[in-house]
Write a protein that binds this ligand. Structure first.
Ligand code: WAQ
Ligand code: MG
Length: 266
């Protein structure tokens, strides 16, 4: 039986010219109408305000998406943004990212500039993305229905089965398949969403509750890069279609020490 074609769908929403939300995924044709509805509703009900410009684009994918597994997921609790940051430094510096770079990423993500895409940074903290205002937007990533159901079941055990967590895990799983990406820091730009995450290939996707104070309407993403050809990386992030078809373990709360011990054994 020939495989059904896949479509990439993207949404961008703005209010008075300012980016307020975006979304992307890979879907079968039969699901596209629902996705357009869901994306539209999302843009109209966003905590950052009601959009007055929504762009949705749909594109049939020529090539078969590459199948990958998700990153394993866990949570490291922290009392406040400062403690969450300390955890981020501990984990990210364990893969060779300098404290200076991590500090620079936190600064850029909390300074109050909203970028549509992610910052690319080398391990010393030097910015590598060609458009410093826009950043690099990761697109063309999705999850098979079977894997999505399996992920939902696993996340539901911890009461975190929602689109925000699922979409962030899908994005990070695509990003960290790329060898030259060493780590990631993410802080939501949603004023009411105070959980962020860090990710590395070996440690997985680590949720960090209370990484920011409630009410702050900016955040962002930074990918730390080991060097190499940035153009190739950007091509992968934007154009290579990737589908998650296998879900790695999802855990509850762990400590940074457990993560680092496990990492050194593997
Ligand atoms: N590609 C690159 N950067 C992006 C993308 C993308 N597709 N989507 C968002 N960003 C950047 C952009 O600068 C946003 O301002 C910033 O990330 C935050 O995006 O497990 O909701 O969509 O509970 O607000 C983390 C979930 C949620 C943690 C992150 O991000 C958890 C979130 P948001
Ligand atoms: Mg957001």
């Amino acid at each position: 039986m020939p495989k059904k074609p896949y479509y990439s769908a993207r949404m961008r929403a703005a209010k008075s010219g300012l980016h307020i939300s975006g979304a992307e995924g890979i879907f079968e044709k039969a699901d596209l109408l629902n996705i357009v509805k869901e994306y539209t509703e999302r843009a109209f009900t966003h905590d950052k305000g009601r959009a007055n410009q929504i762009r949705i684009s749909i594109e049939k994918l020529d090539a078969k998406p590459r199948k990958i597994s998700s990153l394993p997921l866990c949570t490291i609790n922290a009392r406040n943004p400062n403690a969450a940051k300390k955890t981020a430094v501990k984990i990210l510096s364990s893969v060779g990212i300098t404290e200076r770079a991590i500090e620079e990423a936190f600064r850029a993500l909390t300074i109050g500039i909203t970028m549509r895409g992610a910052i690319l940074m080398d391990v010393e903290g030097v910015r590598l993305e060609p458009d410093l205002l826009r950043g690099v937007r990761v697109t063309r990533m999705g999850i098979t229905k079977k894997a999505s159901a399996s992920l939902s079941r696993k996340l539901a055990r911890f009461g975190i089965n929602n689109n925000t967590v699922k979409e962030a895990l899908i994005l990070a799983s695509k990003v960290h398949k790329y060898r030259l990406v060493l780590g990631e820091l993410c802080i939501s730009d949603d004023p009411n969403y105070t959980t962020g995450y860090i990710a590395t290939r070996a440690c997985g996707y680590i949720r960090l509750p209370r990484i920011k104070k409630r009410g702050i309407p900016f955040g962002g993403r930074a990918f730390f890069i080991a060097g190499g050809e940035v153009k190739e990386l950007i091509k992968y992030l934007q154009n290579t279609s990737v589908m998650i078809n296998d879900i790695k373990p999802c855990k509850g709360i762990v400590t940074a020490e457990e993560i680092l011990k496990r990492k050194s054994r593997s």
